[in-house]
Structures are given as C-alpha cells and as structure tokens.
Design a protein around this ligand. Structure first.
Ligand code: SF4
Length: 399
C-alpha cells in the first residue's frame, strides 16, 4: 500500500494543477496517489474538465456502449460472523429473517431467473457464519456440507445445471477454496471497500468485522489473480474513509491488476443510509463525490478497465455517472431484489436504456464474465459448454 502524499498539489478553481494532471492522463501517463487525491478533491469549477477527460478516456476503449448483466441474486445464507455498521443484509442465527437457502430453493430461483432471461447467478452471502453459529453448523451438517464454501460449490452446480453462469462473492476465501470454485464460476468477486486499517479501529465501521482486514482482502484478491480467476472488486464510499484513503484504494486495485491482469471490473459504490443500521444518521456521499470518484477511477485505471456504478443506488445520477466515465451498470435483476440494499429497486431496463440512449449510449447486455476474459487462460475447460450455450465460444483447444 502506498502512503498519502501532501495535498498541497491539489488544484483549486481552474488551477493549473488539475489541468496538468488531466493533460498527463490524456497523454497516457500513469497517475500517482497525489494526482488521484487531487482529482477526488477537485472543486465544482474543475469538475466539468475532470468529467470530460474521464469520458473521453472511456470512449477511447469502450465507445458509447454501457453494459449490464441480467442476474438472479442467490443469497445462499445471510448469516455472517462480521458486523459492519452499514450492513442490513447480515443476520445472527435465530434472528427473524435469518435464512439459509435449501438446495430446492436455489434450484427454483435459478429456474425462475433463467425463465426471465437471466444469465448470471450472483451467489452472495455472509462471511464465515460457521465460525460464529452452532445452529448454522448443524444446518450445514444436515445439508451434507463441511463448510460454507463447500455448500456454495453445490449452489453453483445447481445454478449451472439450471443454465446460469455463477459469479460467487462469499467474502474471504482461501486460495484452495477459490481453486475449488473456479470450475464452477465464470468469475468471482470481493469488494476491497477500502485499504485503510484505520476503519477497523474503535468506533469505526469495521471494528467488529474481522474479515474486513484490508491486508487479508488484498491478499485474497492477489491469490485470485494467481489462480487465474476473473475478478470483480471495488471501493465503498461514505464509510468514514478520507479522500486520501479513497485514492490509496484505487491505486491498490491498480497495482493488483498490473501484477495479475485479472480485475475485470471495478465498482464505485456509495453507502446508503437505512433506518435499521447503526449508521442510520450518517451522511451519504453526494452525487458530486461519486462523480469525482468515478472519474478519478477511470483516469487512474485507464481506458481498458470496466468501471461500474450501481444504478439502483443513485437513480437520479444516471447521466452524470455516464459522463464521469463508467461503462457498466453491473447486475440488474428482473426477479430478485438487491438484498444488500433492499430499499433500492432495480431500474426498469427499458427506462434505463432510454435514459442511456438520450445521453448518447447504447445499453447492452453482457455475461458475468467480460469478453476479454473468455479464453483458455482465464476459464476452466469445464465451463466451456455452459459459456457456449450463452454464445461465448472459446477459440482453439478442446472442450
Ligand atoms: S457487509 Fe458483508 S461482511 Fe459486513 S456484516 Fe454485512 S454481510 Fe457481513
């Protein structure tokens, strides 16, 4: 992890510093942490130039196409050993609403999703509940699984059998667990959220979340690269991080991608307040903060990176996020709600397409793996038939 640079380089209204950073980015320079911080902190006067530079960089590699993945969300279990103060998803065993999906439910939801045209099974769950809850260990034993990840493998097999392409986000996994899941997943994910260990301190959002140790998260993302897993990660804005920590997080993701080439998309996600969470009264990042972070991500990560923002968390900012350099909206479900932000409905696809079109963009469906990763290096041969059924053939080699 890099360390914060002095913020004296930060430009203010019309300052040469921001213009100079944007000129260097346009020329293909690799931006540093002080550059990223200056972009993230730019003034309202400087924002149009920042957005224009980021949008132009996106257009160079991605054109005017913005993608989404039609998914069904399978919350295999909402039990979690962590207690992030912004989370409304997690439950303790015995809580009202605590839920571990039975195999029949996984199959039924997958079938319904496939019937509605979904291609992705987003398998998303709490972190290591078996370490915290005896009742859950008994559930796993009844289900014939020795660990949550072993049960996740079964969920992936069921979803694959129903014609979906799994993408698993199961929190922290070991290298062996990722290797086990690789033949069953076209991609996997883990939000970095932020590199600041400070957020695990007393009174901070991750005080009671042992799996939010950034060292452990960075290590898992690196191991995913070593295991040749196409990977989704991202940062979470509004959880008490400083602008410098946002910049450091973007650079940490870039460093990992430069080492392994496996980061297929980077999500810039905003915290949303909800009445039932400990952070109910905390301020949400505003549209300008999000736009600055998205544009900075685009300029730091380069034209080839897929940069994503969830449309249901900022329904009024569709046009601004497009202007700021995104080229993807992530998963959108016609069937299941966003279990992590249940108050935020998915946009209607036709209306989203209309808004994108009015802004000059074509909305296009993609798979849970981006086309640039559909090859023998990134994909386990066992997934070839499933991918072929969705029109993604791998050139060369036997299946
Ligand atoms: S955000 Fe994830 S790790 Fe944190 S409590 Fe919620 S489910 Fe658990």
């Amino acid at each position: 992890m890099t360390t914060a640079q002095p913020s004296a380089v930060v430009g203010r209204s019309g300052s040469p510093q921001i213009r100079e950073i944007l000129d260097r980015a346009r020329g293909g320079a690799r931006l540093g942490e002080a550059d990223a911080l200056a972009l993230i902190e730019c003034s309202a006067d400087e924002l149009p130039a920042l957005l224009a530079a980021a949008g132009t960089m996106r257009d160079r590699a991605k054109g005017r196409v913005v993608t989404y993945s039609r998914k069904v969300f399978l919350p295999v279990t909402n039990l979690c050993r962590d207690r992030c103060t912004y989370c409304t998803f997690r439950k303790d065993a015995g809580d009202p609403g605590a839920w571990t999906m039975a195999p029949a439910e996984i199959a039924q939801w997958s079938r319904r999703g496939r019937a509605l045209g979904c291609r992705e099974a987003l398998i998303c769950l709490g972190d290591k509940p078996e370490l915290a809850f005896k009742e859950y260990r008994e559930t796993l034993a009844r289900l014939g699984a020795r660990s949550t990840i072993e049960y996740v493998a079964r969920a992936c097999e069921i979803a694959l059998g129903e014609g979906l392409l799994p993408h698993t986000n199961a929190g922290i996994m070991t290298r062996d667990e990722m290797v086990m899941l690789r033949p069953l997943n076209v991609s996997m994910g883990l939000m970095l959220e932020n590199v600041a260990n400070r957020l695990r301190g007393r009174g901070q959002v991750h005080q009671w979340a042992p799996d939010k140790d950034p060292v452990v998260r960075l290590r898992m993302i690196a191991e995913a690269g070593e295991a040749r897993v196409p990977f989704t990660t991202g940062i979470l804005l509004g959880i008490g991080e400083t602008p410098a920590e946002r910049a450091q997080s973007l650079l940490a993701i870039r460093d990992l991608h430069e080492r392994y080439g496996h980061i297929q998309e980077v999500i810039i996600q905003n915290f949303r307040a909800k009445p039932e969470i400990a952070m109910a009264g905390a301020p949400e990042p505003d549209a300008m903060e999000m736009a600055r972070a998205i544009a900075a991500a685009r300029l730091v990560l380069g034209p080839q990176m897929n940069v994503q923002a969830p449309p249901n968390l900022s329904p009024n900012e569709i046009e601004m996020f497009l202007a700021a350099g995104i080229n993807d909206w992530g998963g959108i479900s016609p069937l299941s709600k966003d279990y992590v932000n249940p108050e935020a409905p998915w946009p209607h696809l036709e209306r989203l397409a209309e808004r994108c079109a009015r802004a000059g963009f074509e909305l296009r469906e993609r798979l849970a793996i981006y086309p640039e990763y559909v090859d023998d290096y990134w994909i386990d041969p066992k997934l070839r038939p499933a991918l072929a059924r969705h029109g993604a053939e791998i050139d060369g080699g036997a299946s």
